[in-house]
Design a binder for this molecule. Structure first.
Ligand SMILES: [Zn+2]
Ligand SMILES: [Zn+2]
Length: 99
């Protein structure tokens, strides 16, 4: 975490990031919200590209019972976790992931 004002390293203190150089404070909570937002955008990107994805005819949608779903592999952010397979129902567009 670096200070947006002067570029120095910031340290967490009382739930905030505090710049070691100029004293600039930034809420740690605020940063979490940005991460959530990025996750939502990721899912939108997945759904908009669904037409180009391969279809797995052996999976059943847990929501509408339709057989067949687009699928893709996505590496999770943690490097020690395996790839996650995402499905998108070809009928209702419901998205879920394989655990
Ligand atoms: Zn600073
Ligand atoms: Zn469905």
């Amino acid at each position: 975490m670096f200070c947006p004002k002067c570029g120095s390293i910031m340290f967490p203190r009382d739930g905030k990031w505090v710049c070691s150089n100029c004293g600039f404070e930034k809420s740690i909570e605020e940063k979490k919200e940005i991460v959530e937002e990025a996750k939502e955008k990721e899912m939108i990107v997945i759904s908009s590209n669904a037409e180009n994805l391969p279809v797995d005819d052996s999976v059943v949608c847990p929501k509408c019972g339709n057989t067949g779903a687009y699928w893709m592999l996505q590496q999770t952010r943690a490097a020690d976790e395996p790839e996650t397979r995402f499905y998108i129902c070809t009928k209702c567009g419901y998205r879920w992931r394989e655990y």
